[in-house]
Design a binder for this molecule. Structure first.
Ligand SMILES: [Fe+2]
Ligand SMILES: [Fe+2]
Length: 240
């Protein structure tokens, strides 16, 4: 089996594991305040988008990957349209979380460990080849900040729009969770030829990984970053 096909299988397994651990949340009967705390903590992980992409831009050498990272950062903070921060504030208001509660929130110890773990994956290692850093950064950011995000929000949204909660968020008025569920989603195998055009947020990294994962060592670099990134996400949910 080709390297990218193996990586694709590992990614699908990790997405499946994360989905299953999130489904377990359904059985726990989260109260409204518990789900609100979860969403506020999850928003603190989302707030690391800027610092993590910024850090990767310091280390990544590959020009097309750098361009992809910059495109994703512009998507996050568009100059003219509403940026993702404001969209998040508005969705959270619809589930009863005040803006001040979000601004003033502090990460729990578990959330801090998750964030630290993601930063560690983007640390530079002494003497490593530039391609190893590039592959690790692409696999980490694709997994932690794009593809897993879609899987997480796909599982959390039904809880948030459940009329029994008495909240005003719906699939139709959601400006943050629904768009991220859709534009961060993995829609194609990592080993399959990319479609034309820019594609969605996950696709940006498909092209980079296809180009950069050229040896067994680089495959292992990508696979291990993926497993660590999904492991961090699963750890995040275990605190609730
Ligand atoms: Fe975003
Ligand atoms: Fe995204």
């Amino acid at each position: 089996m080709q390297l990218l096909e193996r990586l694709d299988r590992i990614e699908n397994q990790e997405i499946g594991k994360l989905r299953r651990s999130l489904s377990a949340l359904y059985g726990t009967g989260l109260t409204n305040p518990q789900l609100q705390s979860l969403l506020v903590q999850r928003a603190l992980v989302a707030r690391e988008f800027g610092p993590l992409y910024d850090k990767a831009l310091l280390g990544v050498k590959d020009d097309p990957l750098r361009a992809g990272l910059k495109w994703l950062m512009r998507e996050e903070y568009p100059a003219r349209e509403k940026d993702h921060r404001l969209a998040l504030v508005e969705d959270l208001a619809c589930v009863g979380v005040e803006k001040a509660a979000l601004i003033n929130a502090r990460p729990t110890l578990d959330t801090r460990l998750v964030i630290d773990g993601l930063h560690t994956l983007l640390d530079a290692m002494e003497g490593e080849a530039p391609q190893a850093y590039d592959v690790r950064a692409a696999a980490t950011l694709r997994s932690a900040m794009e593809v897993s995000v879609s899987a997480e929000y796909a599982r959390l949204l039904p809880l948030m729009v459940d009329p029994a909660r008495g909240w005003s968020l719906t699939e139709q008025n959601s400006q943050f969770y629904v768009p991220h569920r859709d534009h961060d989603r993995k829609t194609r195998g990592l080993h399959l030829p990319a479609k034309g055009g820019q594609g969605n947020h996950a696709d940006v990294f498909t092209r980079s990984l296809q180009r950069l994962v050229t040896s067994d060592a680089l495959f292992h670099e990508a696979a291990s970053a993926m497993r660590c990134a999904y492991g961090a996400k699963a750890r995040f949910y275990r605190q609730f």
